[in-house]
Design a protein around this ligand. Sequence first.
Ligand code: TRP
Ligand code: SF4
Length: 336
Amino acid sequence: MAKKRLLSGIRPTSELHIGHYLGVLRNWAKLQNEHECFYCIVDWHTLTTKYKDTNDLQKNMIEVAKDLLASGIDPNKATLYVQSGIPEIAELHLLLSMVTYQNWVERDPTLKDMVRLLAEDEEKAKQEITYGLLGYPVLMSADILSVFGELVPVGKDQVAHIELTRDIARRFNHIYKSDLFPEPRPLLTETPSVMGTDGRKMSKSLNNDIKLLDSNEITQKKVLQMITDPNKIKKTDPGEPNNCQVAYKHYEIFADKKTLTTVQDECRGAKIGCVDCKKRLAKIMNAYLAPIREKREGLNNEKEIYEILYTGNKKARQIVQQTLLKVREVMKLKNW
Ligand code: TRP
Ligand code: SF4
């Protein structure tokens, strides 16, 4: 299979958790061996909802970069860069916005979810929508099309955005009689949906997440809070792993087959209590995460992280600048 251009983006919001790792980062690290990958830290996207408080933006950008690097993203294989370092993406966003119908962005289903982030009350949230937030998916289209991305690994919730990107690319090509832009495709990967310690979807805002950078002790503490089979109260009560709502689900993600058989046997046979069983789970998870955490701790030189990002930005920017030369040309704008 010929190598394809692949692009994905991640918002620099806060420290990432194991759900991000299993769902996104691990996959990005794998894909860098299969395609020509561009991984963008999309700080402008963060501004679409968090423009009022930008104090942590730089810090979060560095933290996310560390998480990406610790998860195996190799800047020698993939181009790792920061959106705001490439001003031509903003120019492309502007030019694409000219061919994008207002109702295309208004019908975007994920916009509704983002609006929910703005305020508890839906009416109030609607009043909070800015021009920038409405343009969120167009900005994402600009990210993708700026490097002629063909494949976009994303979760299901982002597929509508890729559809919009295809619509914009098609309309642009049609209007300017060109075949400049490819129509990108989403690359849906099977990812385990990771439960938080309380059984809801793992999320920082629900405070039920286990972070990549949590210590072994904190991880154990959080694992001990996980819900188990409600019928198993004492060690001598037999339990059923399939009814063990959170802890066993994590075993299934992190443990090998042999361990799973042991857990089933000990649980059903009332040979172990839930506390000990979860301590073992914590050990398994900590062992799984150890190489990532070790690597992350080694990335303590901020200057080095900036160097990596500068290098990535330079590489990405050259490519995006080439794209804009062509875009201006087909739009009959002057290349000043
Ligand atoms: N919207 C994506 C998210 O919230 C982030 C993103 C921005 C992105 N630009 C992108 C993803 C380009 C893929 C491609 O997860
Ligand atoms: Fe879950 Fe283990 Fe308790 Fe069984 S013994 S209910 S698998 S935590």
